[in-house]
Design a protein around this ligand. Structure first.
Ligand SMILES: CC(C)(COP(=O)(O)OP(=O)(O)OC[C@H]1O[C@@H](n2cnc3c(N)ncnc32)[C@H](O)[C@@H]1OP(=O)(O)O)[C@@H](O)C(=O)NCCC(=O)NCCS
Length: 200
């Protein structure tokens, strides 16, 4: 847990380099553990995170267009982040397009695995590095990147803001209002170098 007075990563001047590798089947027990952590479960309420479902949805035989990545810091796995073509998930993304998002956009979802490491600037650094290096870095076909966290998930949408995303509009989901956030290549082209901390 973040304690009053603890330094944030973004308040330090030491560079922080988050790197990414593709999720492999050998990572599934770890991902299963992460997805069942209560601080994560609360935001994916209703999702099946049983072992069988994790193998089915995240394993190498899942066969969908979503890419799953593991984020690493100083040799330690610190999070999971996925990206997908928005057009492939119409049920979720039609409201994005109605608010003016490009059909060639990507979507992302993410978590910082250790609750003790949340709220210290790590999530925003991870998201920014992922968008620069993976989403836009290896996908020339994607013009924008979006996420739509629940409005009550402050840490999530504020981490997106800090990573360079901007608010587009509200979307009503069955479980409550969500804030649609978007970044494009231009927004991420300036500012801190990829993989470094966000020095104020
Ligand atoms: C969402 C998540 C990845 C964000 O990463 P993080 O390392 O906690 O976020 P950061 O420390 O970079 O925080 C970014 C901003 O959110 C704020 N914040 C962080 N935790 C907060 C909390 N619990 N309550 C309110 N604000 C919070 C920070 O103060 C910061 O805002 P600021 O720049 O305006 O000060 C992480 O909290 C997490 O994994 N949560 C559980 C899974 C989840 O919710 N995933 C997203 C689903 S859409």
């Amino acid at each position: 847990m973040l304690r009053r007075g603890d330094p944030k990563i973004c308040d330090t001047v030491a560079p922080v380099e988050v790197t990414f590798r593709r999720l492999a089947d050998v990572d599934l027990p770890m991902l299963h553990r992460w997805l069942n952590e209560p601080g994560v479960v609360q935001w994916w309420e209703g999702d099946d995170v049983s072992w069988e479902a994790v193998v089915r949805d995240y394993g190498s035989t899942s066969g969908d267009s979503t890419e799953h990545w593991i984020a690493t810091l100083d040799g330690t796995d610190i999070g999971w982040i996925q990206c997908y073509p928005a057009a492939d998930e119409p049920e979720e993304t039609e409201p994005w397009f109605a608010l003016g998002i490009d059909r060639a956009a990507a979507g992302i979802d993410y978590l910082v695995s250790d609750p003790a490491r949340r709220g210290r600037g790590l999530g925003s650094v991870m998201i920014r590095a992922f968008v620069i290096n993976v989403v836009f870095g290896i996908h020339p076909e994607w013009s924008q990147v979006c996420a739509a966290p629940y409005a009550k998930n402050l840490a999530s949408w504020r981490a997106l803001e800090r990573a360079g995303f901007r608010f587009i509009g509200m979307i009503q989901e069955a479980d409550g209002p969500c804030r649609l956030m978007m970044a494009d290549r231009t927004a991420l082209a300036s500012g801190p170098e990829q993989g470094t901390s966000l020095v104020p």
